[in-house]
Ligand binder design. Structure first.
Ligand code: ASP
Ligand code: MG
Length: 414
């Protein structure tokens, strides 16, 4: 097995002699392609972009809950599905969407071709279920675009350097779209979804949450890795390293959504002083927190990385190491810790609430206000961790909703 550390997408594919001005990559999520009517609507949007003169690449997710259903199906047949076969199975969902959308586009009198990730030249490492893109060989896409054809690429998948079908992890269609936008030299990448954009908090929880017009790559990275579900974290990493501007917007309504781009580009008309102190409060209701005794950190985290466990917060005091990781990584983490023979325990009753804002860098007092707000709400944080633009508090899962509401109000984000 060969794992890669990061996604190495060439800034502009070597096949592309000249930059192709006017290429757009439009990604549609699962709810946007949820039924035949919605698929036809997506087809119309792609055709409209084509008729405006763009070279159009559509990246589609699987319809509705297809991926979940396929995963369920696999687990009904086998308790531990073979990773290669699981990828063969779940990669089908995106192919269905793309083939159907191509049919709908033909009916609108335009040329379209659907491609699997492999046909589209998305080459990955060999880690099934969590593969990383190592290269995009976009020749076939360029040829189709040159002929005026709308190209539909199945999201979330590629072909490994060992010629196997791989998938990129949940939400991976976002990564497909951004990697293609980078490789094709697209002006920007549009992410069509079922919300209007990125909000100052989850609007289902905080009714007066605001849609943000601009967010920096760094802020979005912190938000996504702290629980904002709107974009896959890895897609933002790729966007940041290749400077691909992202536009998250609704597939059901017109109008601008949220632009995600470099911080200096965020609001050129506004002086730095006006930069929002806090952009948003994000949360996740569950994150597993591990406590390990007597392990060497280098060995511990080396082994976890080898098992593709996505470690988040790390706190070390003397011989004790505390770290958190996504709930879905628990089987891999548990196996790794057992194999190391260290003594460990895990807590499943904590969630995480994070305040994110680029303005925090230069403003003291954010931590103080965070603690005061939580204390007034009777909420005790088990672990607190910070970055220059984030304060993250692990609190009991049962207190997560209240913590979000209290902090959103205290920092006047509504
Ligand atoms: N269909 C895949 C998933 O549900 C990939 C995606 O939609 O981005 O995770
Ligand atoms: Mg998604």
């Amino acid at each position: 097995m060969s794992a890669t550390e990061y996604e190495a997408v060439p800034a502009v594919d070597a096949d592309a002699e000249a930059p192709h001005v006017g290429t757009v990559v439009m990604k549609f999520g699962g709810t946007s392609v949820g039924d035949p009517d919605k698929l036809r609507r997506v087809a119309s949007r792609l055709v409209a972009a084509r008729e405006e003169g763009h070279r159009v690449v559509g990246v589609l997710s699987a319809m509705g809950r297809t991926t979940d259903e396929l995963l369920d199906l696999a687990h009904h047949v086998s308790p531990t599905p073979h990773p290669r076969e699981l990828d063969m199975l779940v990669s089908v969902g995106e192919r269905i969407s793309c083939a159907l959308a191509a049919m709908a586009i033909h009916d609108l009198g335009h040329e379209a071709i659907s491609l699997t990730g492999s046909q589209a030249g998305i080459v990955t490492d060999t880690v099934h279920g969590k593969a990383k893109i190592v290269e995009v060989r976009a020749r076939r896409i360029h040829e189709a675009l040159d002929e005026g054809t709308i190209v539909l690429v199945a999201g979330f998948q590629g072909v490994s350097t060992a010629f196997e079908v791989t998938t990129l992890g949940r939400g991976g269609s976002d990564t497909t779209a951004v990697a293609l936008a980078a490789a094709l030299g697209a002006d920007f990448c549009e992410i069509y979804t079922d919300v209007l954009g990125v909000y100052s908090a989850d609007p289902r929880l905080v009714p007066d949450a605001r849609r943000l017009t601009h967010v920096s790559f760094d802020e979005m990275l912190e938000m996504a890795s702290s629980g904002a579900g709107v974009l896959a974290t890895r897609s933002i990493e790729v966007a940041r390293s290749h400077n691909v501007r992202l536009h998250v917007r609704s597939s059901f309504e017109e109008g601008d959504g949220t632009w995600i781009q470099e911080e200096d580009a965020v609001s050129p008309e506004k002086p730095v002083l006006e930069k929002a102190l806090i952009s948003g409060v994000v949360h996740q209701r569950e994150e597993t927190v591990y406590r390990v005794d007597g392990a060497k950190p280098a060995q511990l985290f080396g082994a976890l990385a080898h098992a593709s466990v996505n470690v988040d917060t790390i706190v070390q005091t003397n011989a004790e190491i505390v770290f958190s990781a996504p709930v879905e990584d628990k089987p891999d983490a548990a196996r790794t810790l057992d194999d190391l023979g260290v003594s460990w325990s895990a807590r499943d009753d904590l969630g995480k609430v994070s305040l994110v804002g680029a303005g925090m860098k230069s403003h003291p007092g954010v931590a103080a206000k965070t603690f005061a707000t939580l204390e007034a709400a009777g909420i005790e944080a088990a672990i607190v961790s910070t970055s220059p633009i984030k304060i993250a508090c692990h609190v009991p899962s049962a207190d997560v909703d209240n913590a979000v509401k209290a902090l959103h109000e205290a920092f006047e984000l509504g």
